[in-house]
Design a protein around this ligand. Structure first.
Ligand code: FAD
Length: 276
């Protein structure tokens, strides 16, 4: 049996970036993804670009998921966007609270992703397959690990069909999270999100911001490579392929790749895993 895989992209800002992303997608379509998703900028700042990329993916004959964040939004604007997405033929959403750009207060009519999931279900019934975010290493703003787990279970109870995790490098955190969630009655697939390692500085920056832990041995090895991109990429492929192998052998329900709009590292990992 093949392992379901999915790819995540972010909306581009220039015509050159858009053209390059088309090429990236075509390269990755060779692996027959279950769906491809497109992120939504903080506070809905990339809505146009997100929806445009989603439209292109659908036109390319691939299932597309639009990420959709609610922080700062009103019920009226979310309702309008849901109508738009349905008219576009979108059937999958990744429903998120999201983060507002720094300097903005919380505001809006939604406080948590669970509010958004409940609202989407109330407004559109089963029109959308809804994914939510999960944090095996605990969301950075959570009051405690237990509170975060309860918040996750509440999102699922509100009507989510599946979850995608924040990326991690320590598979034990994922396995523990899944066990704990299932003990709380969560009964939807929790798909690990995987970030290929292609750059040391970018990875450190992202991980600090989202609370993903880079194990000391990985951090030190990356620091030791300095500007030697070739060695960073070779090391990254080994580490991430091993992680995916471990997850696959444990029977995960799928793997979601944070592609960073690049095809090479993700393709090479999948080729090495012989998933496709
Ligand atoms: P929530 O599930 O609402 O949780 C946010 C925080 O509130 C957590 O600390 C949680 O413990 C706490 N909480 C939840 N419910 C309650 C409650 N009832 N009472 C008290 N505390 C509560 N960001 C983007 O801007 N655009 C994207 O496209 C995007 N895509 C993502 C995709 C994935 C798979 C993941 C894992 C993350 C993504 N993010 C994205 C990042 C995400 O927006 C941030 O992590 C954000 O801070 C939290 O969003 P959430 O939906 O997980 O929030």
């Amino acid at each position: 049996m093949t392992l379901p895989i999915s790819f995540e992209f972010f909306p581009t800002k220039t015509p050159e970036g858009t053209a390059k992303l088309r090429v990236t997608r075509q390269q990755l379509y060779a692996f027959k993804p279950e769906f491809c998703s497109v992120t939504f900028g903080a506070g809905g700042s990339t809505q146009e670009g997100t929806f445009a990329a989603v439209k292109e993916i659908l036109a390319e004959g691939v299932e597309a998921a639009s990420h959709f964040s609610c922080i700062g939004a009103t019920k009226a604007t979310v309702r309008e966007q849901l109508v738009l997405l349905q008219a576009m033929g979108v059937k999958r959403l990744v429903a998120l609270r999201g983060d507002l750009p720094s300097g903005f207060g919380m505001g809006g009519e939604f406080h948590y992703a669970s509010d958004l999931v409940a609202f989407i279900r109330a407004e559109t019934g089963d029109a959308f397959h809804i994914e939510v975010a999960a944090y095996p290493e605990i969301h950075p703003q959570a009051k405690s690990a237990e509170a975060d787990l309860q918040a996750f279970a509440a999102k699922v109870k509100a009507g989510a069909n599946a979850a995608i995790t924040q990326y991690f490098f320590n598979s034990d955190a994922y396995f523990r999270f899944v066990d704990d969630a299932y003990k709380l009655g969560v009964d939807v697939p929790i798909v690990p999100g995987i970030m290929p390692i292609t750059s040391s500085t970018q990875l450190m920056r992202f991980s600090d911001a989202c609370g993903a832990e880079i194990p000391r041995w990985i951090r030190l090895r990356l620091q030791g490579y300095g500007d030697d991109i070739k060695s960073i990429k070779a090391f990254g492929l080994d580490v991430i392929t091993d992680l995916c192998d471990q997850l696959n052998m444990a029977g995960v329900p799928g793997i979601h790749f944070y592609t960073m709009n690049q095809a090479d590292a993700t393709s090479e990992i999948i080729r090495r895993l012989k998933l496709a």
